[in-house]
Design a protein around this ligand. Structure first.
Ligand code: G3P
Length: 215
């Protein structure tokens, strides 16, 4: 399973990259706005840290505008993936851009039907937002399972990025289902490698080690 960080914060990205488990980055307009810094230089900094797919969102609303915006974003770096919201115009743009070899991450996906269309339009990645579905009383992980089945039934090549992750359980469930990628916020990533019994175990070993002669 590939692990992406869902963040535009350079310090967070650097720290997680240093763990040796980071495969890519996803950003969105909200995450970029939080950084209060010049957009293109921020994207360049992120691309310098992680040599993997870096999703950057197009904010245009018509297909022609999305295509123009995507081409200029894709020109920033070879690893840029264009995040395009799941709309009729977004689908048209996805088809055109995918045919041109520009990778698309179809975002704001909340139903299996949307995912099927995204895959057929050639999206390299499909991002179901599991946390936001859970927030409104649906099951985000059930959607992930449905999308994986559909892709598998027809050998569709899109990869699922489990997004809007709220806790480690989302990531583990996604991994057990065989989801290709989870994009995980920094605070959830931190929770994933910590366990109180690991800390207690280290403390106990160190204490006992002090009793060993000749060390
Ligand atoms: O980046 C897309 C998605 O992961 C956003 O998550 O927490 O705003 O629902 P959230």
């Amino acid at each position: 399973m590939k692990i992406f960080i869902d963040s535009a914060n350079v310090e967070q990205i650097k720290e997680v990259a240093s763990w040796g488990i980071l495969d890519g980055v996803t950003t969105n307009p909200t995450l970029v706005a939080k950084e209060k810094t010049e957009f293109k230089s921020l994207i360049h900094q992120i691309c310098d840290i992680v040599d993997g797919p870096i999703s950057v969102e197009a904010v245009s609303l018509t297909a022609d505008e999305i295509i123009n915006e995507a081409r200029s974003l894709a020109a920033l770096h070879r690893n840029i993936v264009i995040k395009i919201p799941m709309t009729e115009e977004g689908l048209k743009a996805t088809k055109k851009l995918s045919d041109e070899g520009i990778k698309v991450n179809m975002t704001l996906v909340f139903s299996p039907a949307q995912a099927l269309f995204a895959a057929k339009a050639g999206a390299k990645y499909i991002s179901p937002f599991v946390g936001r579905l859970d927030d409104v009383g649906h099951s985000g992980m059930e959607l992930v399972g449905q999308i994986l089945d559909i892709l598998d039934n027809y050998d569709l090549e899109s990869e699922v990025i489990v997004a809007s992750v709220r806790h480690p359980g989302h990531v583990i469930e996604a991994a057990m289902m065989g989801a290709h990628i989870a994009t995980v916020p920094y605070d959830v990533l931190k929770k994933m490698f910590r366990h109180p019994l690991t800390d207690v175990g280290i403390e106990r070993f160190l204490k006992d080690w002090e009793k060993v002669s000749g060390r």
